[in-house]
Design a protein around this ligand. Structure first.
Ligand code: AMP
Length: 305
């Protein structure tokens, strides 16, 4: 099934306790696509300025990522600068420069309009809404967001919530959006506003999937060395949505498997800066890590008599 994403295509500058990267490939749509492409072809919608090193995106094109919806226009590309201290769970944003995204009017190529699976990755909720309006009959729509948009575009974000099947956000964002300290209550608050499923990510502490009927939890993979967590959330979403698009099965059991695929992809991306690791990881690596997840949580419920 076709999978479409709209989101940022960025140049990131990141500092972690383990190193620094300047103007590397980043952005929510970039991480998402690189991750999802291991499961399914991807159609990407976004914009870059005339300063963007588009040749570096060739690696994406080679991986079944269709860039027909990536506009190139005059102006400065989206740039994000962030820093992580020893707690790699949360980034401190030092600078967000929207550049060409501030005037972007997305126009979907005709061949993208019939997409079945749609991911509205982290970007201005007004752009997420504009893209969604152009998709004819999506089967499953999910979105992401972050503190920047919760603060500046709350009304649009609430409009968007009513139109999606699923939202992914991290625990801090869920608390900020709902003004509830308790995550179960936060999930209930969101579920009452439209989405049938809420995925709350807790960084190295795993992820919860809430519906009105159930709660599922998947741990994060206990890595010995984490290098840079930028893009972990988008890579999680890419694995999750890519798997759903590939299998075209929205049963609870399959959504649970998708959460584990997402967690596996999140665990790879943090091993290096930018999308480097997402490009080198193989299908065997992913399968092995999913099997490791299974072993990690398996236990015998029967008590000895
Ligand atoms: P995450 O998966 O949450 O770590 O996402 C990291 C990516 O989000 C980085 O590559 C940034 O370029 C991108 N990003 C940061 N701030 C924003 C924003 N306000 N809107 C869209 N994308 C952003």
């Amino acid at each position: 099934m076709s999978l479409l994403v709209v989101g940022s295509v960025a140049l990131d500058s990141v500092e972690t306790p383990f190193g620094k990267a300047d103007e590397v490939l980043g952005g929510s749509a970039t991480y998402f696509s690189a991750s999802a492409s291991h499961q399914s072809p991807v159609q990407l919608v976004g914009v870059v300025g005339d300063d963007y090193p588009v040749d570096r995106l060739e690696t994406l094109r080679e991986r079944r990522i269709d860039l027909a919806g990536l506009e190139k226009t005059e102006g400065e590309s989206f740039r994000w600068r962030g820093r992580y201290r020893h707690d790699l769970n949360s980034a401190e944003t030092l600078e967000t420069r929207l550049g060409v995204f501030s005037h972007f009017r997305p126009k979907l190529p005709d061949q993208f309009k019939s997409a079945s699976y749609v991911f509205l990755a982290n970007i201005d909720p007004r752009l997420q809404l504009q893209v969604l309006e152009q998709v004819e009959k999506p089967k499953f729509v999910a979105c992401d967001t972050m503190n920047f948009w919760i603060e500046s575009r709350r009304g649009d974000l609430l409009d968007l919530l009513a139109k999606v099947d699923l939202i992914t956000l991290n625990d801090g964002e869920a608390r900020q959006l709902t003004e509830k300290a308790n995550l179960v209550q936060a999930a209930r608050w969101i579920l009452a506003r439209g989405p049938k499923t809420v995925l709350i990510k807790k960084g190295e502490h795993g992820a919860f999937m809430f519906t009105n009927e159930s709660i599922f939890y998947a741990p994060a993979y206990p890595l010995e060395a984490v290098f840079d967590t930028t893009g972990a959330g988008d890579s999680f979403a890419g694995g999750f949505m890519g798997y759903l698009a590939r299998t075209n099965d929205l049963s609870e059991a399959n959504m649970r498997r998708a959460v584990v695929i997402g967690s596996a992809m999140g665990s790879f991306v943090v091993e290096a800066f930018s999308i480097t690791r997402l490009l080198s990881v193989t299908r065997d690596d992913i399968d092995r890590r999913v099997a490791d997840f299974h072993r990690l949580v398996a236990f015998d419920q029967d008590m000895p008599s």
